[in-house]
Design a protein around this ligand. Sequence first.
Ligand SMILES: Cc1cc2nc3c(=O)[nH]c(=O)nc-3n(C[C@H](O)[C@H](O)[C@H](O)COP(=O)(O)O)c2cc1C
Length: 221
Amino acid sequence: MKRILIVDGGPRRAMNTSALCDAFDEGARSASPEIGTARVRLYDLPPWKGCMSCLACKLRGRETGECALRDGLSDALRAANEADGIAVASPVYFGEWTAMTRAFLERLVFPWLHYTDFSVAAPKKKALAWIYSMNATAEHFAQFRRNIAMLEGALARGTGDADPAIVAAFTTAQTKDYSRYAMDGLDPAAHLAWREAHWEEDLAKARAAGRATAEKALAGV
Ligand SMILES: Cc1cc2nc3c(=O)[nH]c(=O)nc-3n(C[C@H](O)[C@H](O)[C@H](O)COP(=O)(O)O)c2cc1C
């Protein structure tokens, strides 16, 4: 059995990012009965913190590649380290990941980083996928990718997956009822029309990415 962990770094249930995670999950499971998936919702975990810079993961001779801090994130980190594939999902907040996604990645990746030779290695190689949703259009996506390039690159090096699947949903509907909120500058009609035209396509891309990631996990990265 190969295990794929889907880490949902968005706060909202049943909205854009979580729906893309559902589709990714469905696609991954469709690849083979030998694929098992699990979901972690970072905002629903018991209290946890970002990296505390305790340097326990850098103690000479005790570099396990896993965060030593014990809190509400520990089980998720263990699952991520043991997984054969990992998908990290986040809405874009102020041109970056959500704070919780960022904090999760700090805790996951800092123990993978060796300050001796600056190599990055997860305890186990794995297939990697990214799932993003945002108000912005495809033209703004490149800027977002530049903002997150350091950690995105570290994940690719650490997992050994140099060509991760990337699902990006643009011009998302931030609410189903724009009339309730003062958000007119966003051009709600355009967002709703975009969703009508593109949302099924976005879900299909997430399903395809899930399947591709699972197939990669089965083949071994
Ligand atoms: C605090 C906050 C900051 C945001 N910043 C951005 C941004 O910089 N760029 C963008 O395209 N969308 C931004 N958005 C919009 C969300 O990324 C977008 O609506 C996303 O699809 C929401 O995902 P969800 O439906 O899963 O919550 C922001 C939303 C919030 C709540």
